[in-house]
Design a protein around this ligand. Structure first.
Ligand SMILES: NC(=O)c1ccc[n+]([C@@H]2O[C@H](COP(=O)([O-])OP(=O)(O)OC[C@H]3O[C@@H](n4cnc5c(N)ncnc54)[C@H](O)[C@@H]3O)[C@@H](O)[C@H]2O)c1
Ligand SMILES: [Zn+2]
Ligand SMILES: [Zn+2]
Length: 385
């Protein structure tokens, strides 16, 4: 089959001869992909920042598809079903899944005690091949995959596998109260969705910070919020304090993660020398811009080892930090309703549709932020016919 093939940092190519996946376990399904996305999280592996990302692996944790085969233990799915597949691989029965912490499944990733399995996200997340391919093996098929409602566009559905739930959970973890001022760092797909969802929780003011002008322009229109370029601000923390009665924001959301720009020291120690698990510039700004007693919600991805963050400020300001991988399955029922009711229009953030064969261009465009790219999706040949 045709599949994305990782060759090393900044190098991916189409592989036309990858063996098709097979049922390996009674609870597996094989899904023929109809749409898949490239995510900001994929950039961390594409840039070589995630340990044990093996040459030859196929990325892609956001996909929809048609079930073509199921193992004998699968009860809820049958061939022909159109499904959206959450990025978390979850067993559904371990103590963490039982608490609906589907991103922290204890069974699906033998390599780690923190994150559960994730499709196409290196061997630190279980070593599963992902959906930037024609076919994918989907374990625990009765748990994650969800039938796409017949009235839903698959391009809305594919964004329900990660971006929408992650943006929504970022806002939810912020504990937003009516009238709160919410500051979101990052105007990528996740930050854009967090801005949109903050209003659903009753925010009174939403401010987004980034340094890519076309993304700031996009989020201003899409989420009807304020948006500022940190390159044109001398000190983002001071700026945000002044913009919020000098107390600071009620809630700050880190939707940037380990590849943040904006501090030479963080960039050198976190991204060049790898002396910490990525640069934590946005997290610094979030901690220092939130008011005393406020909440910092982190969905930006960081590695497992340490980061230089101002923990003293967290303690002395009495900040609550909440963070996790999104628990997609937990959120799907209410998000499907938000999409149906027109309160969320996920597919409007899709700016690029690439044939799967053009995977290298797709990565380059998204990574280098070319051509005003917000969210690129990939379409396999059969889904274009
Ligand atoms: N927790 C989860 O479940 C989950 C799910 C999906 C994505 N993520 C993570 O969320 C983050 C964002 O994802 P995305 O797809 O939107 O990625 P993206 O790379 O498209 O967007 C990140 C944005 O942050 C901006 N940025 C860089 N430095 C900044 C700074 N100091 N302050 C403000 N903005 C800054 C960049 O210009 C970019 O527009 C990534 O770290 C990704 O791995 C987490
Ligand atoms: Zn993703
Ligand atoms: Zn589990």
């Amino acid at each position: 089959m045709l599949a994305m093939n990782y060759r090393g940092p900044y190098r991916v190519r189409p592989d036309y001869n990858k063996p098709e996946p097979e049922i390996l376990h009674p609870q597996d399904a094989i899904v023929q992909v109809t749409r898949s996305c490239i995510c900001g999280s994929d950039l961390h592996i594409y840039h070589g920042l995630v340990p044990d990302t093996r040459v030859g692996s196929t990325f892609g944790h956001e996909f929809t598809g048609i079930v073509v085969d199921v193992g004998p233990g699968v009860e809820k799915l049958k061939p022909g079903d159109q499904v959206l597949v959450p990025f978390n691989i979850a067993c559904g029965s371990c103590p963490f899944c039982k608490q609906e912490l589907y991103g922290n499944c204890h069974e699906s990733n033998p390599e780690a005690t923190a994150v559960g399995g994730i499709f196409g996200y290196s061997h630190t997340a279980g070593g599963y091949d992902g959906g930037q391919a024609e076919y994918v093996r989907v374990p625990y098929a009765d748990i994650g995959p969800t039938i796409i409602p017949p009235d839903m566009d698959i391009e809305d559905a594919v964004l329900l596998t990660d971006v929408v739930p992650t943006g929504y959970q970022a806002a939810e973890m912020g504990g937003i109260k009516k009238g709160d001022t919410v500051v979101i760092f990052g105007a990528g797909p996740v930050g854009i969705m967090a801005a949109k969802c903050s209003w659903l929780f009753g925010a009174g003011r939403v401010i987004v910070i980034d340094h890519v002008e076309y993304r700031l322009e996009f989020v201003r229109n899409y989420a009807q919020c304020e948006a500022y370029n940190f390159r044109s601000i001398n000190d983002p923390v001071l700026f945000l304090k002044k913009a919020t009665d000098n107390f600071g924001a009620d809630v700050c959301i880190d939707a940037v993660g380990c590849e943040a720009a904006g501090s030479a020291l963080q960039t050198i120690t976190g991204r060049r020398l790898m002396m910490q698990a990525g640069s934590a510039t946005a997290l610094h700004w979030a901690i220092n811009s939130v008011k005393k007693g406020g909440i910092v919600s982190i969905v930006g991805v960081y590695g497992p080892t340490g980061n230089v963050i101002p923990i003293g400020n967290v303690v002395n300001k009495g900040i609550t930090i909440r963070a996790n991988q999104a628990s997609v399955k937990r959120l799907l029922p209410r998000l499907i309703e938000h999409v149906r009711a027109g309160r969320l229009n996920p597919k409007e953030i899709i700016t690029h549709r690439f044939p799967l064969e053009e995977i290298s261009d797709a990565y380059r465009t998204f990574s280098a932020k070319l051509d005003n790219c917000i969210k690129p999706i990939l379409i396999p040949p059969a889904a274009r016919a």
